[in-house]
Design a binder for this molecule. Sequence first.
Ligand code: NI
Length: 202
Amino acid sequence: MSRIFLHSLCAISAACLGAACQPEPAFENDRNTVVAGKANIGGPFTLTDHTGQTVTDRDYLGKPTLIYFGFAFCPDVCPTALQQMGAALEILGQDADRLTPIFITVDPGRDTPDRLAVYVTSNGFPENLIGLTGTNEQVGEAAAAYAVYAARINDTASTAGFTFDHTSIIYLMDKNGDFVDAFSHLDTPERIASVLKAHLRF
Ligand code: NI
């Protein structure tokens, strides 16, 4: 059984020993029971992509999507997850074009479309990664739709004075926007790629 992992700078910040730093996981990713949660993951959203265009969940129907929530200032876990996603898609080769990789920020205050436009081109991230941001309300609705926990917390170790605790999980949604599977950092790119291949049936 794999768990959904939360992360933040808390793990290495001595200033961060409070209760807010040990949130309960939003849920557990038990592959035997995940079917029960299928209907609860995913849903409508309206956001702004990294080109500044307003988009909704419906714009991504027709292809399976890989969706990850995080924030561009995240020092390690978010980049690692997006590189993990990139490596999995790299294994698929040209068939990676049959999926749409999406990054949704939980830090819309700093992650403007312009910032995301740069961020999505980071080394090792999926080619054609789409960055999405929005108002706090829009981002909150999207996170809620995906059962993603995200909370801004104080962090004296960072220049901004805050960071985010958030669920770190890669969702595979099918071409109709329905939940298929979820991956944590314990899933190797090879394993993710094999699940994607099985889903795409090739
Ligand atoms: Ni992160």
